[in-house]
Design a protein around this ligand. Structure first.
Ligand code: MLT
Length: 399
């Protein structure tokens, strides 16, 4: 009999968004006449911009003739896309090399897969509440996690505590689920802490495109010293509406090196390259053609237009909550609005209440950690019509 990975016994029975889908499906099956509005998972609703569509089509056409056909591509991604990402960072005054960029099918996979590079015995520091992938993937590997509180007292931006040692630190900024974003000075404190502890920061910048405040860093590499202590993950899911198309990237600087027990200097970039060439065959050429279009002037302008639309939705949600005197966070520099459940309800209780009484689906804060117990998350990625209607229903519910 195989010995199974019994760390799975330590996981919640299902992944947060699977649990939500399960409850919503049960509700719609029992109430087929009700129109349910889904503002739970952060899934986009607007179609891809025409520039991305054109390039996706070109990618398909290339496969139709022997001269331009593509078989296996480079596991790290095609140079045309890696270079486009380097240029994008350059526009934000961050200099990286294309050999530091690894193309993937999204930040979810890479933030999970990166755990392959680390021994089981590391002190993992994760803010609570947090995107559940960081927690679940470490539990799957049997690692102990130390949580740091992100709450109203610290504006959902916990700062390093030098009394706690950490080897691996997860930071998501702008944050999923709270919408809070670190400024440069705060991020510098984390970088200094990581350097002093010889630790590594796993920095998820999947929501950087929602930053409107020019003083906020869009990459951790805007902070001096970060290339010696941080890996950055990003995704085109929210930047360009690629939730279904699937494309993201991970940046591992060449300067990121640690000494192994043998005394050998190990490069994380080389280790990830070894891991990817063994376990991954790259993202399809077609998708990478579409992804490269995101970084063209025309493509980026179209993406920005869609982002603006979602930002307007965020404002509609925030205004609706303000009107009801519901305390909320996020919604600026972030597509997520994080608010206190009305009437002191627990978040799953509020989830059921909202679904049953207003047919609006959100995400219960408890799914992101214990500090989310009394909070709820709405996404601005719905259609305008649904966003307006959802807020009208909430307005009526708490009249
Ligand atoms: C979310 O709703 O938290 C995100 O869409 C999940 C993800 O990006 O995987």
């Amino acid at each position: 009999m195989p010995k199974l990975n019994e760390n799975y016994l330590n996981l919640k029975e299902s992944y947060l968004f699977s649990e939500i889908a399960h409850r919503v499906n049960a509700y719609t099956a029992a109430n087929p006449e009700k129109k349910v509005i889904r503002l739970g998972i952060g899934d986009v609703t607007l179609p891809l911009g025409s520039e991305m569509i054109t390039q996706l089509h070109e990618g398909v056409d290339a496969l139709a003739s022997a001269e331009t056909f593509k078989g296996y591509g480079p596991e790290q991604g095609y140079d045309f896309l890696r270079s486009a990402i380097v240029d994008y960072y350059c526009q934000n005054n961050v200099s990286i090399e294309s050999s530091e960029v690894f193309i993937s099918d999204g930040a979810k996979s890479d933030t999970g897969n990166i755990t392959d590079l680390f021994d089981k015995d590391n002190v993992i520091l994760i803010p609570d509440p947090v995107y559940p992938v960081y927690v679940d993937t470490n539990i799957m590997n049997g690692r102990q996690i130390t949580f740091i509180d992100a709450n109203e007292d610290n504006h959902f931006l916990p700062m390093p505590n030098y009394n706690i040692h950490a080897d691996i630190i997860y930071i998501c900024s702008p944050n999923n689920p709270t919408g809070a974003a670190y400024n440069k000075e705060q991020l510098k404190e984390w970088v200094d802490y990581a350097l002093e502890n010889n630790a590594i920061i796993l920095y998820d910048s999947a929501y950087e495109c929602f930053i409107t405040d020019k003083n906020l860093p869009r990459s951790i590499y805007a902070i001096e010293g970060a290339k010696n202590c941080a890996i950055e993950f990003c995704s085109l899911s929210k930047t360009a509406g690629f939730t279904g198309t699937r494309c993201g990237y991970t940046i591992i600087p060449h300067d990121l090196k640690f000494i192994a027990s043998t005394g050998k200097n190990l490069s994380l970039n080389a280790m990830w390259n070894r891991r990817q060439t063994t376990k991954f065959n790259g993202v399809s050429y077609i998708v990478q053609r579409g992804a490269a279009a995101v970084f063209s002037a025309k493509g980026m302008a179209q993406c920005r237009q869609n982002i603006k639309y979602y930002q307007e939705n965020a404002k509609i949600i925030s205004d609706g909550l303000s009107k009801k005197n519901i305390t909320y966070f996020g919604g600026i520099n972030s597509p997520y609005i994080w608010f206190k459940c009305p009437n002191d309800m627990d978040s799953w209780e509020f989830f059921d209440y909202l679904l049953n009484n207003a047919q609006v689906v959100g995400t219960p804060g408890a799914g992101f950690g214990k500090n989310g117990q009394k909070f709820f998350r709405l996404t601005s990625f719905g259609s305008r019509e649904n966003t307006i209607e959802a807020m009208a229903r909430i307005d009526k519910l708490f009249a």
